[in-house]
Structure formats: C-alpha cells, structure tokens
Ligand binder design. Structure first.
Ligand code: ATP
Ligand code: MG
Length: 247
C-alpha cells in the first residue's frame, strides 16, 4: 500500500486527503471494514470542527495516557482496521517505547481480517502481535464481539482502545480495566466511559502519546503528576466547547 495521493503536499487539505486515501487503501487490502469508511467520515466531521489540531486538554490526556501505560503491569494496545490503516508504524513505535503488547481486536471480527492486520503490523516492524488466539471473553457481550486473547486484553490492567465501539468500551470498563480511548467525538459512549478520553485524531494522538511516554519514561513522579493533572470530565467538556463554540 502506498501513501501516494493525487494531490501535492502543499494542498491545504493534504493531511485529510492522505488520511482518506489510507482508509480506502485499507479497505482494498482487506484490513479495514466498509463500516470503517463510515466511522472515518464521522471522525472527520468532528476533526473539522476541532480545527484539525490537538487541543490543550487532548494533549494533557495524551500525557496521562502515556503515564498510565508506563505504570501498567500489563498494557495492551488494541488495534482495529481503521487504526491499522491509519497509523501502523506509529502503533508499533508506541508499543516499543512503552513495552505494551499489540492485539488485533475487531468489532466485525473475521479470521481473515485479523491475519491481514497482524501481517500489516509485522510489515511495519511489529514482532509479536496478539489477537489470533481468541481464548478469552469479555463478560456481557455476545459471542463474536466478546473474543479477546486471554493473555492479552484478557489479562491487561491498562488498555488503549482507539476508535472502540461504545458497548465494548463499557464492558471493558466493567472488567475493571483502565481504559484509554481515542475518539474524536466527545459525546460517543466510548469516550464517556473512558478513564482517559483522548478527543483527538488518532493520526495526531498516537505519535504524541509516544513522545510523552519517551519524556516520562524514567520519571515516576512526573508520571504521577500527569495522571493527577488530568480530569476526564473536564477534558470532555473542553472538547465539546471547542467543537460547538470554536473555542
Ligand atoms: P457509540 O456512541 O456507541 O460509541 P459511535 O457513533 O461513536 O457510537 P463508533 O463505531 O464507536 O460509533 O464510531 C467510531 C468513532 O470513531 C466515532 O466516534 C468517530 O468520531 C471516531 N473516529 C473515526 N475516525 C477517527 C480518527 N481518525 N481519529 C479519532 N477518532 C475517530
Ligand atoms: Mg464510539
């Protein structure tokens, strides 16, 4: 899959067009579902209203997320078809920088798509990719949606779930896991139930979490401060204000 698009980098909408192209190519390659195209469209609308930038409260969320991942006993980064299409290399880098595991976890689960995504992550440098065992279950969800790896998300105390479905986000929270959600919609249930809602485009969010993780890596006190300085309700309201009022 190439990053080539028919627009010059100087085009004012270059980033947005590149992102769309990646999702489209992800569908062609069998890693992104058709539902994923619709999700991307919803995300873009919110991003447009946010000014396609990382607002201050989102940066604080990204810093807190980095701290939670570093402090975890077992952190897992959940990867779906949109995340894989948009930021494969960035997800691998975050896993490497923090020691977190990568697990492919799909809402519309097919064996084929899981394999294709795992393969794509390996092409981007991932060593181990979880998600194929599917020998664990999230309580309270129907069979296909409940599947996780027992020694992956099943065992994790901290999970980063970009673009997760609301039901699953809720069920993971009920399992007592610390949930870090990336979602451009502050009103989405996924964002509402998260310990750390990151209201930002995944394309900007993941590299920024990695940058914060590198900075916080050897500093437990700074990690604690980052967690304490973050307030989920305040972050959700700040994002909503930015979207509705352009603040
Ligand atoms: P629910 O309230 O149950 O969560 P939903 O409409 O949010 O319902 P989802 O399937 O969770 O349904 O939708 C995908 C979510 O992913 C949307 O909220 C959308 O804003 C978000 N999203 C899509 N693309 C991106 C992106 N590139 N970066 C961050 N978030 C994104
Ligand atoms: Mg949602």
């Amino acid at each position: 899959m190439s990053d080539e698009v028919e627009v010059p980098e100087s085009h004012p909408r270059y980033e947005s067009l590149l992102t769309r192209h990646r999702i489209e190519a992800g569908v062609d390659r069998g890693i992104t579902s058709r539902q994923g195209l619709i999700a991307q469209g919803r995300g873009e609308a919110y991003d447009y209203l946010l000014g396609e930038r990382t607002i201050e409260s989102a940066d604080r969320a990204e810093r807190a997320a980095a701290a939670y991942i570093l402090q975890a006993d077992h952190a897992v980064i959940s990867v779906n078809g949109n995340a894989a299409a948009l930021v494969p290399g960035e997800l691998v880098e975050l896993a490497e920088a923090t020691g977190a595991d990568l697990e492919v976890n799909l809402f519309n689960r097919t064996e084929e798509r899981i394999r294709a995504i795992a393969e794509y992550l390996r092409e981007h440098g991932a060593e181990a990719v979880l998600g194929l065992e599917a020998d664990g279950r999230i309580p309270g969800l129907d069979h296909e949606r409940a599947k996780v790896d027992a020694d992956g998300i099943g065992d994790a105390d901290v999970v980063l779930v970009p673009l997760e479905d609301g039901d699953r986000a809720e069920a993971l929270g009920e399992m007592g896991k610390t949930e870090l959600v990336v979602d451009l919609n502050p009103l989405s249930r996924s964002a509402q139930v998260a310990t750390v809602p990151i209201i930002d485009n995944i394309v900007r969010a993941i590299p920024n979490v990695t940058a914060h993780a590198r900075e916080l890596a050897d500093d437990p006190e700074a990690q604690r401060d980052a967690i304490e300085a973050f307030d989920a309700d305040e972050a959700l309201s700040a994002a909503e204000r930015a979207i509705r009022g352009g603040e």
